[in-house]
Design a protein around this ligand. Structure first.
Ligand code: PLP
Length: 416
């Protein structure tokens, strides 16, 4: 629970473990998460190994090293390493699924209006090519129960629905969706599920085998803080023979191993796999955390839960302070079941529509005048501020955001 005085103090060492530029209040780990120094060092070491003897590395070492990294990742996300392909990011993974998933004219893909814009675009394009239809359901304004979400989503399911595409944690609204209940309902109806999960690994616990989904797409440069350019695609064994990367290369093992669905993913032409091979270091970093020795800490004493507890309490503090400023209620209950290390909070109606699709003018002002990075999201015709918190953030940065928002909102209100 958050104390009346605010979230727990961070460990004194946490801030220094990240390369974040001093002076910047970086509250957007959810979009682009910096890696700790130790992860960057591991990535550089792998690159050095490659550069020192590229033939030996590519032909004799790389595939075994990727297996080891996948095994460790598999333990972290609750499946066997052999079901996971390393890919650059969730976008790459989702394109692979869209390309390989069988669709015929008249079929439907079911999504909802909290999904990431690029993901909807991928499926809109794929459905158009196949003569299929992307059905986008609106979820309720305020989230209350899992069942309410399941009922709303499946209200538009038909006997032509082939797959549900669903975020584990949504991008514009930062809601943790009840993917477990959604997978169960889809299974009952014989509908496949593709989870778009780049915000989930490390932010919440992920257990892919327990979910029983067909596909899971993730970026690891977000909450896990692995290097940029690292992500994974989980493919259930029943689909593996159909799924191939959208880039065609040799398609076989370089070191002469028996063939596997992973071969075409391991070799997409010559490239440096160091970002993938540094993923275990990112897992070790978060798993090796210990709680600060302070009396206000009532979370787990060690492991990734330390990060989750700290970040959630900080985000919760942001929620309380920003709701205090705007008087506008968030769309989710105050519970870790509905939001984790990131939250989207509504802004008053007088915050205007964005002037360009690139970034909202208020987001630009937060950066230009206050050196604060926090996205202003335009969703369902309304504006939200999305606040992310990681180990390198602290209460003072949230207070700085709230003061800046108060100033900018005051200016907009008087101009209204
Ligand atoms: C829900 C969701 N899906 C997909 C993506 C795409 O991730 P990436 O740019 O790492 O491919 C994002 C990025 O923020 C996202 O929030």
């Amino acid at each position: 629970m958050v104390s009346p005085f605010g979230p727990p103090a961070p460990h004194s060492e946490w801030r220094d473990k990240f390369p974040v530029r001093p002076g910047v209040a970086y509250l957007n780990h959810g979009s682009f998460g910096p890696s700790p120094h130790v992860v960057l060092a591991a990535r550089n070491e792998w690159s050095q190994k490659l550069e020192s003897e590229p033939m030996d590395f590519f032909l004799r070492q790389m595939e075994d090293q990727l297996d080891l990294a996948r095994d460790q990742l598999g333990k972290f996300v609750g499946t066997a390493g052999r079901q996971l392909a390393f890919v650059d990011n969730a976008t790459f993974a989702m394109n692979v699924v869209a390309e390989g998933f069988p669709l015929k004219p008249g079929d439907q893909i079911l999504a909802n209006d909290h999904e990431y814009g690029a993901v909807l675009r991928i499926w809109r394009q794929r459905c158009k090519e196949a003569g299929a239809e992307l059905v986008v359901q609106s979820l309720p304004e305020r989230f209350e129960t899992e069942q309410q979400v399941v009922d709303a989503l499946f209200a538009l399911a038909t006997d032509r629905t082939r797959m549900v595409v669903i975020s584990h944690i949504t991008s514009p609204t930062a809601v943790v969706l009840p993917v477990d209940a959604i997978c169960k309902q889809a299974k009952k109806r014989g509908i496949a599920v593709c989870i778009d999960g780049p915000h989930a690994p490390a932010a919440v616990s992920v257990n892919i085998d327990r979910l029983g989904c067909d596909f899971y797409c993730a970026s690891l440069h977000k909450w896990l803080s692995a290097p940029f350019g690292s992500g994974f695609l989980y493919v259930h064994p029943r689909w593996q023979s159909r799924i191939e990367p959208t880039i065609v290369s040799w398609g076989n093992s370089l070191s002469g191993r028996t063939s596997s669905w992973l071969d075409p993913f391991n070799w997409l032409g010559t490239r440096d796999p160091a970002a993938f091979l540094a993923v275990p270091t990112a897992i070790d970093f978060l798993s090796g955390l210990t709680a600060p020795d302070s009396t206000d800490w009532d979370g787990p004493r060690s492991g990734v839960g330390v990060f989750q507890h700290y970040s959630h309490e900080l985000v919760r503090y942001a929620r309380n302070r920003i709701v205090g400023l705007t008087g506008l209620e968030p769309m989710v209950p105050d519970s870790v079941d509905w939001y984790s290390t990131m939250i989207s909070l509504p802004l008053p109606a007088y915050v205007p529509e964005p002037e360009s699709p690139h970034a909202h003018q208020m987001q630009h002002e937060l950066w230009r005048r206050f050196q604060i990075e926090a996205p202003i999201v335009n969703w369902r015709g309304r504006r939200f501020v999305r606040v992310s918190a990681h180990l390198y953030n602290g209460v003072a940065q949230i207070d700085r955001l709230v003061d800046a928002l108060a100033e900018l909102l005051g200016e907009l209100k008087s101009a209204d």
